[in-house]
Design a protein around this ligand. Structure first.
Ligand SMILES: Nc1ncnc2c1ncn2[C@@H]1O[C@H](COP(=O)(O)OP(=O)(O)O)[C@@H](O)[C@H]1O
Ligand SMILES: [Mg+2]
Length: 235
């Protein structure tokens, strides 16, 4: 009886470990396949073909680098060993940098991105690299889950001594049964690839900044909204 209940308790953990391994293997396979296909083309007689192949390899290696870095961060988040190098920064510049990083991709995808921010600095104490990572994760999701013709609105404001960033999209939305779990590690659902760890790491990083991140969606097909609130630096 005791053994039985132990086995029963253990089972979901084992199956989720299997799921994690399957998910990671699946995500690694795509870039590897693309690199394998590009390698022979790097010796092609036409310079354009060689150049194209080189760009594929560069892009896929970058993607692999991000996957591995994300995995390491997820593990650091789990152990509580993520570290910040904080200083006073204007959160507007972080948001502007990330939005401009995404410009080419959203144009290619046919998604409209609009950004609004206050005219005065929005100073927070934080790690610029980590905050950029948080905003990029949320924006990446919004773009990934918004079909061509849709839009993403990035809105920065201040409210009650907090910098409040809202990223709202008109895309796939999040079903009510999925919504409570999206910040858990290795929760991946719906369109686009991914390991399902971006939001988990983002939430940990926001919490390390004494902030909060919340998700809202009226359901499938209804778009989604992510709100990040960070305490502003004392003046
Ligand atoms: N803007 C969004 N629209 C719809 N679903 C979203 C959005 N952002 C996050 N999600 C859901 O949350 C899950 C977890 O996101 P994330 O942790 O970034 O992992 P990944 O992007 O690798 O799937 C996604 O798989 C998706 O189901
Ligand atoms: Mg993601």
């Amino acid at each position: 009886m005791a053994r039985e209940s132990q086995a029963f308790q253990r089972e979901p953990l084992v199956s989720s470990e299997h799921e994690v391994v399957a998910l990671v293997a699946h995500e690694l396979r795509h870039p590897l396949t693309a690199i394998e296909a590009a390698l022979p083309l790097m010796d092609a007689p036409q310079p354009e073909t060689r150049q194209k192949a080189r760009r594929v390899v560069e892009r896929q290696v970058m993607y692999l680098r991000r996957l591995v870095d994300d995995l390491l961060d997820a593990e650091r988040a789990r152990r509580g060993t993520l570290q910040l190098e904080t200083r006073a920064i204007d959160f507007r510049s972080i948001v502007a940098d990330v939005v401009s990083m995404f410009r080419a991709r959203v144009q290619e995808r046919g998604v409209d991105v609009a950004k609004e921010a206050p005219t005065r600095p929005v100073v927070v104490r934080g790690d610029p690299v980590r905050l950029q990572q948080v905003v990029a994760n949320v924006l990446d999701n919004a773009v990934k889950h918004t079909p061509p013709g849709g839009s993403v609105r990035v809105h920065l404001a201040t409210h009650a001594a907090h910098a409040v960033l809202t990223v709202r999209d008109t895309g796939d939305g999040i079903p009510p049964d999925v919504l409570p779990h999206i910040f858990e590690p290795f929760r991946h659902h719906g369109n686009g690839g991914g390991l399902g760890i971006g939001l988990n790491v983002a939430r940990r990083l926001v919490e390390l900044h004494r902030g909060r991140i919340q998700a809202h969606s009226a359901g499938a097909g209804q778009g989604a909204e992510f709100v990040i609130a960070l305490p502003m630096a004392e003046r």
